[in-house]
Design a binder for this molecule. Structure first.
Ligand SMILES: [Zn+2]
Length: 352
């Protein structure tokens, strides 16, 4: 019942699926499988949600958040529910050729769950199909500390949690606790990320880099407004986990259409970018469609798409031997497809 945003020839689809890829910007709750919601309420979810209509764009992020609360939030009442959702979401990633996934869940949502945080993290991890590497991140908003401080502090010590991510609307006033918590998370061995440059302009990306110390920006597309920042991201190899279809659907400033998406300019300037699906329930998208979109509307060649897949492998939290094996597999696919390996490796690098 989902109408795809992009389709490709059987040959191109095969190429994208066999390319070893990553998905490093995926919200579990925002990707709740509709079949699970249908089981609970067949009446309401018997037909596609209105936001799956072709051409639908959210009027604001507030509208998006209201729909998120309405459709998905109450689903997550137990570790089992996280497991059930993750099982389908992760299998969907794997069937499209994803080999490594970073998924986040909203940490304050655990307040209504009987099991402990570590049990929820384990439930998500144990839902991964064989052969798919999964890392779980806890997301939180700038204003969550007052109500959820003890939970946030506890999460920094959860062994199986890979890291933390700053979620939520960037236009809320930043609270200073984030600076200390992000620093301590890294000291505790966690990877830190932050959403920035989606709704707020380039100076907010700089703020996040300078104050939260992250080297992974979720979205970050509005960095393109500041050429100095673009050069900095490229030089420092700070990765933007970009979600092109999401940006179009949420009418992010500067993204009037896929054909004008700034990922082309960022890629050409040497900023390491990955492509991801963000919230598959709310955008009705699949990971491979993001690759189709870049090819069809932004002229990305197969070599360039392969480079994007390699960017994801390079940032993956994998031990060196596993990463090397995945890079070798990537190289084998690129070669077997008859692509120019040097072009694939060399594109998206800063030319100085
Ligand atoms: Zn996101």
């Amino acid at each position: 019942m989902r109408i795809p945003h992009y389709t490709a020839t059987a040959e191109f689809t095969r190429f994208i699926r066999c390319l070893p890829k990553t998905e490093t910007h995926l919200h579990l709750e925002g990707s709740t499988p509709i079949e699970l919601l249908q089981e609970l309420d067949p009446q309401r979810f018997g037909s596609p949600p209105p936001f799956w209509s072709p051409g639908f764009r959210y009027s604001s992020f507030d509208q998006f958040m209201a729909l998120y609360e309405d459709y998905c939030q109450s689903f997550y009442q137990s570790a089992q529910r996280y497991h059930d959702a993750a099982r389908i979401v992760l299998a969907t990633c794997a069937e499209q050729g994803a080999r490594y996934v970073e998924t986040s869940f909203h940490l304050p949502g655990l307040a209504g769950v009987r099991e402990s945080g570590p049990e929820v993290v384990a439930a998500i991890l144990e839902a991964a199909p064989a052969g798919l590497e999964v890392r779980v991140f806890a997301g939180m908003c700038h204003n969550d500390y007052a109500a959820h401080g003890p939970l946030i502090e506890a999460a920094l010590g959860w062994e199986r949690l890979a890291g933390i991510d700053l979620h939520g609307p960037e236009y809320w006033r930043m609270e200073p606790w984030t600076i200390d918590v992000w620093r301590r998370a890294r000291e505790a061995g966690k990877l830190t990320k932050a959403h920035a440059g989606e709704f707020m302009p380039a100076p907010f990306v700089r703020w996040v880099l300078d104050n939260l110390g992250v080297r992974r920006i979720e979205h970050g597309v509005r960095s393109v407004e500041d050429p100095g920042l673009v050069r900095h991201l490229a030089r420092e190899r700070i990765t933007l986990d970009v979600c092109p279809i999401s940006n179009v659907k949420l009418a992010v400033q500067g993204v009037d259409s896929m054909a004008g998406h700034p990922i082309r300019a960022l890629f050409d300037a040497g900023v390491p970018v990955t492509v991801n699906s963000d919230d598959t329930f709310f955008f009705g998208n699949r990971l491979e469609e993001e690759y189709f979109a870049l090819h069809q509307e932004l002229g990305f060649s197969k070599e360039e798409l392969a480079r994007i897949a390699l960017n994801g492998i390079e940032i993956a939290l994998l031990d060196p031997a596993r990463k090397q094996a995945l890079v070798a597999e990537w190289r084998d696919v690129v070669t077997a497809e008859g692509l120019d390996l040097a072009v694939a490796m060399g594109s998206n690098r800063l030319v100085v």
